[in-house]
Design a protein. Structure first.
Length: 203
């Protein structure tokens, strides 16, 4: 498994970023997602991974459809999903599909960093909802965001919760994702981060 990033979605990006900074997570501006109505802030998690905090972008018009990750329906921040980095998205989708766990279409994305550099990538979401099964991301020729992020925060653990862990065991195995999944009332993720100010738990 090659963890790429965690996605922490919020209805109030500025407020959530301020709250997490106050708890020792040194988030920096990432950039806007044109046409999606969102922007993000990022924090490095060591080992080439990062935390993405994403929410509505007040400088963009409302998108034609709903914002990704259920942002429009959120009333509080939530750790909504996670991503695995793959070197060839098409090949990864084929392997997972052959194992009986198809992913959705390949979706091209881009955003411009504050320094003007354009990042382009592709991703694919699993057909299974709930966020416990990760989505796939291929950064192609773009520099990886974690390369330019400050350190200081590490991921201590990532755990999945699901009413029937067996339902997600197959997709996770097909992806080589060694995620511990425990039984709980609804699908969700829980991450424990070590920061200079102590441990922070994101759910």
């Amino acid at each position: 498994m090659n963890l790429d990033h965690l996605v922490y979605a919020t209805p109030d990006l500025a407020g959530t970023v301020a709250e997490l900074r106050g708890r020792g997570i040194g988030l920096v501006p990432g950039g806007a997602h044109p046409g999606r109505g969102t922007r993000n802030h990022l924090a490095g998690l060591a080992d080439g991974a990062y935390l993405e905090v994403i929410g509505p972008d007040p400088e963009q018009d409302a998108p034609d459809g709903p914002r990704w990750f259920g942002i429009d329906d959120l009333t509080a921040p939530r750790l909504v999903t996670w991503a695995i980095r793959v070197p060839d998205l098409g090949a990864a989708r084929e392997r997972s599909g052959a194992a009986g766990y198809p992913f959705g279409d390949e979706l091209p994305m881009s955003r411009r960093r504050p320094d003007g550099a354009l990042l382009s990538w592709s991703l694919a979401f699993p057909r299974q909802d709930g966020g416990v099964v990760p989505f796939l991301i291929d950064w192609q020729e773009s520099p990886h965001p974690a390369e330019s992020l400050p350190g200081g925060v590490t991921l201590v653990s990532l755990t999945g919760v699901h009413p029937d862990p067996g339902l997600v065991a197959g997709p996770l195995a097909a992806l080589g994702a060694a995620l511990t999944v425990v039984t709980g009332p609804g699908p969700r993720l829980e991450a424990v981060l070590a920061t200079p100010g102590g441990e922070v738990v994101l759910r």
